[in-house]
Design a protein around this ligand. Structure first.
Ligand code: GDP
Length: 491
């Protein structure tokens, strides 16, 4: 993208709203130094070398001191935006922030729109679109895994891979275009075998990236892990253990968890949003009913279901609740099943091995007189099993919880090494990759059917177009607008 000329100079507070020790105001554009100088008292900013700081005062037009400040001077093209930039660090009172900003506007700057600094960085070639989105992700990271993904994207790792892929497609498209120029002469510049191979390898790569989005999204936003099971199964106890505090109310009166309780914890670098649902059972109590409805809504948008079986409660009831829950889950949601209260069952006549091997001697069986096998439990499956086994745990003593956490992690990462793969985390990129993949599929079919070069070229161009949308190799004002309007002012 070529740098834009005759731009205005923009200003905004770049630190969050509210009181802080310091606040930072950013000023960027061709007149940044001149405007900064006009509100400044101290050693001149105009002749400050690039990347240096000056200590001085910000003054009103009448010459009164507004605040002591530190000014950092960046010079084009070596700044975030690529333009001359001055960043003022001032004392963080909201009143001062407003006054200093007003002073900069009075001196000739214009108020920056949402994401305008980042947008200028992209327009001036300092970074591509995907990188700018990586910066936004970095600002929002809330776990080690999300941090790693944002860092890769910000540094351009993702963009380089896409650009290389796009480059290969462009090369082939140009050979096809050449054929079109010589269409009269019936020549084939582009070797069809090579085209077919390239198309299928590019298609595989694009699909692999698109497939990583589900993982990427949950790693970025946090994994919505719903904890469900019949009342008294030990959901609240488990949640408290996972969260290491006493947020949920634990009680042995069934149905006390009246609402949905949610909290977050970073475990082994991954952010989980654990959601404890109201004990699932039919109820005539209105408040409890509402709780159940809310719980169902959360189940319908779960990333993972953690189902708790209770060996001290009748199994048929638990199985029917379990099956009902499975039917509410989004397709392909991983399910982890645990058998709680292992402290009660492990030493006694009811052995965990019995339950898993399908021999089906559970305490519940003894109580209810009904025989339940592992096969029964599995037969309700319409969903991906994270692990066929039932993990024995004791929410009370913590026994087995390590295994459960490992099962959770494996389900989230799909057993993959997070540092080895490129992972898509952005819905816009996912969309573009899906369109690219389907265009490449059409190229593949056209090649297989030996269709004319112009038909193949058309789909190939479409694939190239969609890939280009991700990094901004292809862009329009509308695309830029929809991306940057979601950024904050000052970014
Ligand atoms: P919820 O209704 O599923 O949230 O169940 P709670 O967490 O409130 O637990 C119900 C009862 O079971 C409480 O009295 C807990 O102390 C008890 N409980 C929960 N987990 C265990 C466990 O692992 N072992 C034993 N022995 N009791 C447990």
């Amino acid at each position: 993208m070529k740098p834009m000329t005759d731009r205005n100079t923009i200003a905004a507070v770049s630190t969050p709203a509210g009181t802080g020790g310091i606040a930072v105001l950013r000023l960027s554009g061709p007149r940044a130094l001149e405007i900064a100088q006009s509100v400044w008292r101290g050693r001149s900013l105009m002749d400050a070398p690039a990347n240096t700081v000056r200590v001085g005062e910000i003054v009103t037009s009448g010459g009164d001191t507004l605040d002591q400040a530190v000014a950092t001077v960046f010079r084009t093209p070596h700044s975030f935006t690529g333009e001359d930039t001055v960043e003022f660090s001032i004392h963080g009172s909201p009143w001062l922030q407003r006054e200093v900003l007003a002073r900069l506007l009075e001196a000739g700057a214009e108020a920056a729109g949402p994401g305008e600094f980042s947008r200028r960085a992209v327009m001036n070639g300092r970074m591509d679109l995907a990188q700018a989105e990586g910066v936004a992700d970095m600002i929002a990271v809330s776990s080690r895994a999300a941090h790693r993904l944002a860092a890769t994207q910000m540094k351009g790792g993702f963009s380089r891979r896409l650009d290389a892929l796009r480059g290969r497609l462009v090369e082939l498209a140009s050979l096809l275009e050449l054929e079109l120029d010589f269409s009269e002469e019936d020549v084939e510049f582009a070797d069809r075998r090579r085209l077919t191979d390239l198309c299928s390898s590019a298609g595989t790569e694009v699909k692999r990236l698109a497939d990583s989005f589900r993982r990427g999204r949950v790693l970025k936003e946090g994994v919505a892990a719903v904890i469900a099971g019949v009342p008294n199964a030990g959901k609240s106890t488990l949640l408290n253990r996972l969260l290491d505090d006493d947020k949920a109310i634990v009680s042995d009166i069934p149905g006390t968890t009246r609402d949905v309780i949610e909290d977050t914890a970073e475990i082994d670098g991954i952010l989980y949003r654990f959601i404890d649902t109201a004990g699932l059972r039919d109820s005539t109590d209105t408040i409890e009913r509402i709780g159940i409805e809310r719980a169902n809504a959360r189940i319908a948008s779960a990333d993972i279901l953690l189902w708790i079986f209770d060996p001290t409660s009748p199994m048929p009831l638990q199985l029917s609740a379990y099956r009902e829950t499975l039917s509410l889950l989004p397709p392909d949601t991983p399910v982890i099943r645990v058998l709680n209260k292992a402290d009660l069952t492990s030493g006694g006549s009811v052995s965990q091995a019995d339950i898993i091997s399908g021999v089906s001697v559970t305490q519940a069986d003894i109580i209810s007189g009904v025989s339940v096998t592992q096969a029964d439990i599995s037969s309700g499956m319409s969903v991906t099993q994270a692990d066929e086994a039932i993990i024995p745990i004791s929410a009370e003593t913590g026994e087995g919880v390590e295994l459960l956490l490992k099962a959770l992690r494996d389900a989230v990462t799909e057993g993959r090494d997070l540092s080895a793969d490129l992972i898509v985390t952005n819905a816009r990129h996912y969309d573009a990759l899906r369109h690219t993949a389907s265009a490449l599929d059409r190229v593949g079919s056209a090649l297989a059917a030996s269709l004319a070069a112009d038909l193949i070229a058309q789909d190939l161009r479409e694939a190239i177009h969609h890939l280009g949308l991700i990094t901004g190799a292809i862009t329009t004002d509308t695309i830029l607008h929809t991306i940057f309007e979601r950024f904050c002012i000052g970014k």
